[in-house]
Structures are given as structure tokens and as C-alpha cells.
Design a binder for this molecule. Structure first.
Ligand SMILES: *[C@@H]1O[C@H](CO)[C@@H](O)[C@H](O)[C@H]1NC(C)=O
Ligand SMILES: *[C@@H]1O[C@H](CO)[C@@H](O)[C@H](O)[C@H]1NC(C)=O
Ligand SMILES: *[C@@H]1O[C@H](CO)[C@@H](O)[C@H](O)[C@H]1NC(C)=O
Ligand SMILES: *[C@@H]1O[C@H](CO)[C@@H](O)[C@H](O)[C@H]1NC(C)=O
Ligand SMILES: *[C@@H]1O[C@H](CO)[C@@H](O)[C@H](O)[C@H]1NC(C)=O
Ligand SMILES: *[C@@H]1O[C@H](CO)[C@@H](O)[C@H](O)[C@H]1NC(C)=O
Length: 745
């Protein structure tokens, strides 16, 4: 677009934005009435659904009769004589009409309005229980009755003026009773025992009225001008739309008059329903666009200490970049951040910190860094991989990203004090919580269950491993916290669950992941494990490769997680480990048998994941009649050339048959009983990449081709030639191992 055209565009845009702003201002501060309708009668506001004229009101009884013969004009409900003094929400206040009678000194009736009658039947109004049936006088009795089988009475007698007190209704000279809910008809009549002859000197009159309790305050002087003293005590009416509850109205007519950003409530006395703007909105819920967002941040008394950000229906408090906290005055406020601590200090702090924990003296922590590490410290440090960490860092000088050290307070805040609702998962090694950091980024926080010396190794191990790693398909360690009794690890949060979940726990039985996605996830996982096997100077064996440890992000990108079981595997040491670790169904039979752990154990487990990806079946299934173990099942069926019966329905099409065959054969090789017959993880990753057409597209086929050994060339092995003597041997060995597995369970 040429420059000259941009400028007018911006002007138009600005104008448009300005218009929008003005429009919103008008609607926020504008009328509560429909277009073209008067919003006031005299001094009284008339909000919709009330209106002056039938076309301005929702129904007959909200059509307000504004009588202009008065100055200022006065609003009345419908055709009746009920004068409105105030309308707000569902409450309409009308002018009080008391009944009263006054007598002469001789006991003759001089002023007689001794009956009171309201009839609201057939209207959307009922008397609010904020009203009280009240009688005034010192020789006065009254009876009242109404619909809903209501009847009541009150007698007020007193003999001396001195006994009369100023109060809401002290009980002397004034008597009050409540009225029931849903009262629509009210009748009261006033009478006297002695025609006020005994009290005439201070009380010549009596009165009875229905009125808002809170508005009335009794004074003895009222007896002399009893009607005018009651004029400003309004009668409260509850208004409700229709004569149905929200639920019934929705069921009957399917519609509710409540407009957007408003909610339907059953009226307070259950005679109908009313509308109310939703939380965070204000305005008229009966009008389109009547409920407008409240900008809480404009209020100087808003609860934010830091930055206040308004949003539709709500607002958010946050802290500036250089501080953290929830930003709320009533919360943790904002605290200036500490500087990030580089990894070198992490290493020393970690080694030192753990030793301090072991010694039980937290005060030592700060001094340790300065001191020479003691012999014991050094032993732990070495044992726990601290030296290795240090080595890695010195060899990557400056190249390693700094790892954040979180404070206990920060993580407590982030997890809402490790609230139950924040638990993402629980495993053999501990609990993983979802944490929200002050910058609103989400993390996963791993807390070990019990922390004892044997697990310390594992913890250090995990830190040691993860701080070295940087691969897009490996879950990233963001930092850790050493201040707590149990050290905490903070990871990147991967939002979309595990591969296991997507393969097996989808509602409707069938997984929705396409073959292309499955192949990509497999390739990414293989790449990540291959990276583990080769990235560090000593190979890292994952030890617990399974679909539940393959996390998926929002793009379904695989992220390999849970190095709880992994252990650095120094190549110069014997590879014997007494404790067999891993998950049933994925466990390398050779490792199970010999306790010899090699990278090829991960390859076997990955083979099981491939079989899972193929079949959509769980690695161990006791409902399966033929073969509980998926790996064995898979091998058996493959040998009988039944691949496509194994395949989860809907995966295969004309284009991917070759791919499927090739991946199945790769899986078979991964599942070889003898580790030496399995391909390396690097080879597996390369093959999967090649199958995806990845290498062809990027044109790096030649260089990568060299890394593949000849016996890994997938296409060189015809499917029929797979069954060798070696595999028949495998079969019996596998049976034997599975028997022993079943025995152990
Ligand atoms: C207005 O009030 C006057 C006086 O009470 C009455 O005569 C008249 O009929 C009323 N007008 C309407 C339209 O109700
Ligand atoms: C009280 O007033 C009523 C009505 O005016 C009258 O009929 C009655 O006789 C009076 N009673 C006394 C005791 O004055
Ligand atoms: C009023 O009382 C009558 C007779 O006791 C009863 O049948 C009726 O249901 C009652 N009405 C209400 C609204 O309580
Ligand atoms: C009651 O209120 C009136 C007027 O407000 C006042 O003159 C009178 O002294 C008060 N009486 C008592 C007992 O407080
Ligand atoms: C509710 O109101 C409608 C019309 O306004 C009327 O037909 C119906 O009888 C009323 N129902 C009750 C229970 O009052
Ligand atoms: C309507 O909303 C206001 C403000 O959100 C609230 O104070 C009021 O209690 C609500 N009324 C009802 C009947 O829910």
C-alpha cells in the first residue's frame, strides 16, 4: 500500500475507534429506557420494563400513568391510585395510604378513614416482607387479613405521655407485626376501646398502615398530625416478570426476557422471575446492550496494588515486570524480584543446600558457599552428580542458560499453597502441581512424596540431567527451589495431556490422532531419546519410556518427560543395577532377566510405544483373552502377517501402506529380545524421520544416510525373511519371561 493511502486509513480508523468509545460512554451513562421513551415522570426515574405508555413498557402493569395535572407530574401504577415514589431493580416503592381516625375530647369521631384496602391480584407486584403492619395510638386496635390465608391483629394501649419513647416502634403507642410472603391483597380496619377519651390530651388519633419498617421512627408528636407523619413511609412492592420461575419460563416458552450479560433469578417470594446484570456488569438487564462492563480499574478504591487490567465482566491485578505477587491489596501485593542466579551458583547452592538439609542446619547454607566443602559434602556432591553438573557448566562456559532459583514463597503462591485442585498428576515419585507464576505463565511443579537420602540421589540426578539438556522434544526444567524441606522442581507446563491419554482414554473409544500425527510423535520421541543417549558425555538412559511419559503440547508436539527413573550411566562403570525400574508392559525382558541396563532397554520400551501407536491398545491388558502383553501379541500377529488386523481402525489408507509396513518392521526390530539385535535409538529416529519424508524435503539425505548402518536399512529386509532361528528362540524366551512376570504380580 502506498504511503499516501495509509494516512487517511489511519484517520478513518482513529475516527472509528473514537466513535466506538463515545458509543460505549453513551450506553454506560445513558438512559435506562428504550429509544424514544421518556425515562422520567416528574422527578422519578422510570427504567424499563416500566415505561410511560404501553409501547414503552413490557406489559400492562408496568405501563406507568404519568399524571401531568400535578406539578411536578406524578407516576401511578396502571389505572389505580398507587403513586410511585421510587423504582430500583425489582423493588417499586409506592406512597403510603394509612387508615386513621381521630376523636374529639368527648369521644366523638371527627375524622374517619378507618379502613385500608390494597388489591394487587392480577398484577406482577406483591408486598415485600420489608413492610410491616403497624398501628399507632394509645387506645387503638386493628385487624388485618389478606390472601394466602393471612389474618392478624394488634392492640396498642398506653396511659401516660411520659411512657412514650422515640424509637422505631417501642411497643408503647406503637405495635407492629410482620406480613407473609406472596401477599397481594391486604385489608385492615381500625377501632378503639374508649374513643380516646382517656388519652385525648396527648393522643386524639390512631392509625394503621403497611409500610417499610426501616423508614419509620415513632415520635409521640406524630399523634397530632398522624396522616402527614406517615406520608414518607413508602410501601415496598416486589416486581417479578411473568408468574413463572426461570426454569418453568424456559421450559414453557423457551425464552426469558433477560438480555445479554444478565442472569435470571427467581423472584424473592417465588412469584415470578427477575433479571439482574451478571457480576462485573451494570445497567438495565431488560434492554439489549443494557448490561455494560464495569471498569473496576477506574475506581480509585479498586483492590489492585499493582497494575489493574479491566476485562469484560472482570478485571485482573498483576505486578510490574520487576516484581511478583498477586498484585492485590488484600493479597500478597507486589514484591521486588531478586536477580536470577546463574547456574554455577545453582550448582554450589544445590550441593551445599542439600547437605545443609541433611545436617539439619539451615543457617549453614549461606556460609557454605564461602567455605571449602568438607570431605562429607564433597562425597555427597560427587555421589549426587554435582561434580558432573559442575563439569558440564565449565565446559559450556557462558553457553548454558541460567536456571532460576525459586523461593518457597513464590511457589506457595503459584500453587495456591499446594491446593488439591492444582494437582496435575501423582506418580511413584511424587506429586506434580500446576503453578501460575506472577507473570501469569504456567509451570508444572514437582514435589517428591517423601524425601530421604535414597531419593536425594534421584533428585540431584534429575537436576543434573535436566540442566544439561536442551531439546525441543524434552520437557524443559525451568528451575528449582531448595528452601523447602523437600526440594521442588519447576518445569515447563505441557498443556495437552499424555500420549497415553490420547491413545487410550478418549471418550467414544477411538482415538482421534491421525496416522501422520502418530508418526510425527513417534519420530519426535525417538529423536528426544536418541538425544538423551548421546547428548551428554555419558549416555542418559531414560529407563521409563512409555506413552504416559510422552506429553503433548497444544500443537501435539511430543515432549519426553519424567526422568525420575533415569540415571546417568557412566560408561566406564559396570552396568549392573540391582533394582529393576520401569513399568510393566514396557520393560525390556533382557534387562528384567539380567538386570543389565543399556540404551537398548529404552529401545525396547520405545518399540512397545510404537506397537501402542499402531494398535491403539494398552501395553498390558487383562481383558485381552489371547495375549495380555501387547508386545508379544504384536510379534505373534506380525509373524502371521496380520498387521492390518492389528492396526487401529481408520489409520490405514492407500498412501500410507508402505509407511505402516516399514514402521511395523521397525517396531519388530525394537522388540527383539536380544538387545544387540535392536537398532540404536539414533537409527530408529533417523528411519522414522526418513519415513516421514523429512530428509527428502530438506535435502539432507546424503549426509544423514551415512549415519545409518547397513543392517538398519529398512527396505533391505523382506518381510518374509524376518522369521529366523533367532526369532523362534525369542518366542520361547519371551513366554518364559512373561510367565515370571505374571508370577510376580
Ligand atoms: C390526574 O389526577 C387528577 C387529580 O387526582 C385526576 O382528576 C385525573 O383524572 C388524573 N388523570 C389521569 C390521566 O389519571
Ligand atoms: C365511640 O364512637 C363511636 C362511633 O362514633 C360511637 O358509636 C360510640 O358510641 C362511641 N363510644 C363512646 C364510649 O364514646
Ligand atoms: C387456605 O386455607 C384453606 C383451608 O384451610 C386451604 O384449603 C388453602 O389451601 C389455604 N390456602 C393457602 C394459599 O394457604
Ligand atoms: C423525641 O423526638 C422529639 C422530636 O424529634 C423531641 O422533641 C423529643 O424530646 C424526643 N423525646 C425523647 C424522649 O427523646
Ligand atoms: C400466569 O399468567 C398467564 C398470563 O399472564 C395466565 O394465563 C396464567 O393463568 C397465570 N398463571 C398463574 C398460575 O397465575
Ligand atoms: C443483582 O446484582 C447486584 C450486583 O451484582 C447484586 O448486588 C444483587 O444482590 C443482585 N440481585 C439479585 C436479586 O441477585
Amino acid at each position: 500500500m502506498p504511503k499516501q493511502e495509509i494516512v487517511p486509513c489511519i484517520v478513518v480508523l482513529l475516527f472509528f475507534v473514537l466513535c466506538l468509545m463515545l458509543a460505549s460512554v453513551v450506553s454506560v451513562y445513558g438512559t435506562e429506557q428504550m429509544d424514544g421513551c421518556k425515562s422520567k415522570c416528574g422527578n422519578i426515574n422510570i427504567p424499563y420494563p416500566f415505561g410511560i405508555g404501553r409501547h414503552c413498557s413490557m406489559e400492562e402493569w408496568t405501563n406507568i400513568n404519568c399524571n401531568t395535572t400535578f406539578s411536578p407530574p406524578k407516576p401511578f401504577i396502571g389505572p389505580g391510585n398507587l403513586e410511585i415514589v421510587h423504582i430500583s431493580g425489582f423493588e417499586v416503592r409506592i406512597r403510603n395510604i394509612p387508615a386513621s381516625s381521630c376523636y374529639s375530647q368527648s369521644g366523638a369521631l371527627v375524622e374517619d378513614f378507618s379502613e385500608l384496602y390494597y388489591d394487587l391480584r392480577g398484577t406482577p407486584y406483591t408486598f415485600s416482607t420489608k413492610n410491616k403492619f403497624t398501628i399507632l395510638g394509645c387506645d387503638t386496635s386493628a385487624l388485618s387479613k389478606g390472601n394466602v390465608n393471612y389474618s392478624s391483629g394488634c392492640i396498642s394501649i398506653c396511659d401516660k405521655r411520659e411512657n412514650l419513647m422515640n424509637s422505631s416502634c417501642p411497643g408503647i403507642g406503637c405495635c407492629q407485626t410482620s406480613i407473609p410472603k406472596r401477599l397481594k391483597e391486604f385489608y385492615a380496619t381500625l377501632s378503639s376501646l374508649y374513643n380516646y377519651t382517656n388519652v385525648w390530651s396527648f393522643d386524639p388519633c390512631g392509625a394503621v398502615f403497611l409500610g417499610e419498617q426501616d423508614m419509620y421512627k415513632f415520635k409521640a408528636s406524630d399523634f397530632f398530625n398522624i396522616r402527614s407523619s406517615l406520608v414518607d413511609i413508602p410501601v415496598v412492592l416486589n416486581f417479578a416478570v411473568s408468574n413463572q420461575t426461570c426454569k418453568d419460563a424456559k421450559e414453557d416458552s423457551g425464552t426469558i426476557v433477560c438480555k445479554e450479560n444478565s442472569d435470571c433469578y427467581d423472584s424473592i417470594d417465588g412469584t415470578g422471575y427477575i433479571c439482574n446484570c451478571s457480576a462485573g456488569y451494570k445497567g438495565n438487564p431488560y434492554l439489549s446492550q443494557g448490561c455494560q462492563d464495569v471498569n473496576e480499574c477506574e475506581d480509585p478504591n479498586n483492590p489492585c496494588e499493582g497494575i489493574c487490567i479491566n476485562s469484560k465482566g472482570s478485571y485482573k491485578c498483576s505486578c510490574p515486570d520487576d516484581s511478583y505477587g498477586d498484585g492485590r491489596k488484600d493479597g500478597s501485593g507486589c514484591t521486588k524480584k531478586n536477580k536470577k542466579i546463574p547456574v554455577l551458583q545453582l550448582t554450589l547452592g544445590l550441593g551445599g543446600g542439600i547437605v545443609v538439609l541433611l545436617l539439619g542446619g539451615s543457617g549453614l547454607f549461606h556460609t557454605l558457599k564461602k567455605r571449602q566443602l568438607s570431605k562429607l559434602n564433597r562425597k555427597y556432591f560427587q555421589q549426587n552428580g554435582g561434580l558432573l553438573l559442575k563439569q558440564t557448566i565449565s565446559s559450556h562456559e557462558g553457553g548454558v542458560e541460567s536456571t532460576k532459583i525459586f523461593t518457597a514463597k513464590e511457589l506457595k503462591l503459584a500453587t495456591n499453597s499446594f491446593d488439591q485442585s492444582r494437582i496435575l498428576g501423582q506418580g511413584g515419585y511424587g506429586t506434580v502441581y500446576k503453578g501460575i507464576l506472577p507473570d501469569l505463565s504456567i509451570v508444572a511443579i514437582k514435589k517428591s512424596k517423601i524425601f530421604n537420602e535414597s531419593q536425594l540421589g534421584q533428585f540431584i540426578n534429575e537436576v543434573a540431567i535436566l540442566t544439561q539438556l536442551n531439546h525441543r522434544n524434552v520437557v524443559k526444567l525451568m528451575g528449582c527451589c531448595l528452601e523447602t524441606e523437600i526440594p521442588l522442581l519447576v518445569y515447563e507446563f505441557v498443556s495437552n495431556g499424555t500420549l497415553f491419554h490420547h491413545l487410550h482414554e478418549n471418550s467414544g473409544g477411538q482415538s482421534s490422532i491421525s496416522w501422520e500425527d502418530r508418526l510425527r510423535i513417534a519420530a519426535e520421541t525417538a529423536g528426544a531419546i536418541a538425544y538423551l543417549h548421546s547428548a551428554a558425555s555419558t549416555p542418559i538412559i531414560h529407563r521409563d519410556v512409555k506413552s504416559a511419559n510422552i506429553l503433548l503440547d497444544s500443537n501435539f508436539t511430543a515432549k519426553v518427560a519424567d526422568f525420575g527413573a533415569s540415571k546417568l550411566n557412566p560408561s566406564d562403570q559396570t552396568q549392573i543395577d540391582t533394582l529393576v525400574q520401569g513399568t510393566m508392559g514396557y520393560l525390556d525382558p533382557e534387562y528384567f532377566h539380567t538386570s543389565q541396563l543399556t540404551e537398548k532397554s529404552d529401545v525396547y520400551s520405545f518399540g512397545v510405544v510404537l506397537a501402542e501407536i499402531f494398535t491403539g491398545k494398552k501395553p498390558l491388558c487383562f481383558e485381552r483373552s489371547q495375549e495380555r502383553n501387547l508386545a508379544t501379541h504384536f510379534i505373534l500377529w506380525m509373524k502371521e502377517n496380520n498387521l492390518f488386523q492389528l492396526l487401529e481402525a481408520g489409520l490405514a489408507n492407500e498412501k500410507n501402506t508402505i509407511q505402516i509396513h516399514a514402521v511395523a518392521k521397525l517396531a519388530m526390530r525394537c522388540l527383539s529380545l536380544k538387545g544387540e539385535n535392536r537398532p540404536s535409538m539414533k537409527e530408529v529416529a533417523a528411519e522414522l524421520d526418513q519415513l516421514r519424508g523429512f530428509l527428502r524435503q530438506t535435502g539432507t539425505k546424503q549426509s544423514s544416510g551415512k549415519t545409518m548402518s547397513v543392517d538398519c536399512d529398512l527396505y533391505a529386509i523382506p518381510s518374509s525373511s524376518y522369521s529366523t532361528d533367532d526369532t523362534s528362540g525369542e518366542y520361547s524366551m519371551e513366554k518364559q519371561i512373561l510367565r515370571s512376570m505374571n508370577f510376580h504380580r
